[in-house]
Design a protein around this ligand. Structure first.
Ligand SMILES: *Cc1c(COP(=O)(O)O)cnc(C)c1O
Length: 389
């Protein structure tokens, strides 16, 4: 491990030198089934030939120009994102946290330009994760993430995912509610359709914006293009990032025209946001989601994967107890320590991700196939067998 890196990560003592589809290889040629996908990033697996082709082409065309000029690749991507979602306006940035920051700024400016600058409070929820910038840790208020970082930005109110709690906490100070329709880091907690409908109605009644953080659950992960499609409602703003560049850093705020009204010239910006290289690749990623029938792959294999996990739970109910999620965003609730299971999985050639609430997240590339799912189920069984009680 390096002496030169800040010690912010608890890293597994392993590194990879090559990736191919759903597989990663270390320098000794050992192979690992990558059902972590860079934490929901590598949706097309590693080394996808069509993405690699697009990347080579873009590298030879143009990498970067600033947002002082019009960027056709960025315009094309924005148009595609609006075509496939509720959105009419897009702002590009480089990461999930920046997208959430952009969404918060969009919501506050919306009320500000209407003359309601006292409406600046954002309601957030227990178990949420929105990133690691000061504002996004203030939004989630996770004890582990905020310690030692005072003073935090003001104007966030964290409540339980509960209808009466929400109703009680909405006031004429509320600018927006910010919610992950499926919490990722929090342990793959699917927010109910009913709660989202209730929140939407409350927002409508009170002139409040509804922001959904789809940084992890968006872009096909759940078997629908966006997780809000599992509900009966539409948000005013969503944030996306992780999967958008399939490994290149790019994020975005997607908004209705109305909610974006305060985002006028000069009020927000990003040097790299939506640069030609990342935009052209993200555009290609969206094309490939369609061309390669990614959504139907996820939908048709998800049930198979979940029922396979359920069979393993029957055999190992002393170590894992239940499974939850949608599509390829799956959480396995553990009885044994989730970190111990993840470590043992790694020893057996399987990558998964831990989450809060003692959950193991299973986040395969969205183009993984049935054979690889069989391989996953086999490796998970072996992992649990090798785990001492
Ligand atoms: C990962 C994540 C973020 C933060 O994204 P970064 O790219 O790490 O800044 C924000 N929201 C959700 C829901 C996430 O899963």
């Amino acid at each position: 491990m390096s002496n030169y890196l800040m010690d912010t990560y608890n890293r597994y003592p392993i590194s990879f030198s090559k990736g191919e589809g759903s597989w990663l290889f270390d320098k000794d040629g050992n192979k690992y089934l990558d059902f972590a996908a860079g934490i929901a990033v590598n949706i097309l697996g590693h080394n996808h030939p069509k993405i690699n082709d697009a990347l080579s082409k873009s590298i030879n065309d143009i990498w970067h120009v600033s947002n002082l000029y019009s960027i056709p690749q960025q315009e094309e991507l924005a148009e595609k994102l609006c075509e496939i979602s509720f959105a009419e306006k897009v702002f590009f940035c480089n990461s999930g946290a920046e997208a959430v920051e952009g969404a918060i700024k969009t919501a506050r400016r919306y009320h500000y330009v209407k003359g309601n600058n006292e409406r600046n409070e954002i309601i957030t929820f227990e178990g949420s994760f929105h990133g690691r910038t000061l504002a996004t840790i203030a939004a989630s208020l996770n004890e582990k993430h905020i310690e030692g970082f005072d003073p935090l930005p003001d104007g966030f109110k964290k409540i339980a995912i509960d209808e009466s709690d929400l109703e009680e906490n909405v006031s004429n100070k509320t600018a927006a509610i910010l919610i992950e329709p499926i919490q990722g880091e929090g342990g793959v907690n699917v927010v109910s359709k009913d709660f989202l409908s209730f929140a939407r109605e409350l927002c409508n009644k009170n002139g409040i914006l509804m922001i959904m953080d789809e940084v992890q659950c968006g872009l096909g992960r759940t078997g629908k293009l966006f997780a809000y499609e599992w509900s009966d409602i539409k948000p005013d703003i969503i944030t996306i990032a992780k999967a958008l560049g399939a490994g290149l850093p790019i994020g975005a705020v997607l908004s209705t025209k109305e909610a974006a009204e305060g985002m006028t010239q000069g009020v927000h910006g990003s040097t790299f946001g939506g640069n030609p290289l990342c935009s052209s690749i993200a555009s290609r990623v969206l094309d490939l989601i369609k061309e390669e029938n990614i959504l139907s792959n996820v939908s048709s294999l998800s049930e198979y994967l979940i029922s396979g996990i359920n069979k393993i739970i029957e055999e190992h109910h002393n170590k894992i107890s239940s499974v939850r999620g949608h599509g390829f965003m799956i959480g396995i609730k553990c009885k044994s320590e989730n970190t111990v299971i993840a470590n043992e999985a790694l020893k057996n050639g399987l990558l998964v991700v831990t989450a809060a609430d003692n959950v193991i997240r299973v986040l395969p590339p969205l183009n993984t196939n049935k054979n690889e799912i069989d391989e996953f189920l086999k490796l998970l069984s072996i992992t649990l067998e090798n785990l001492s009680d």
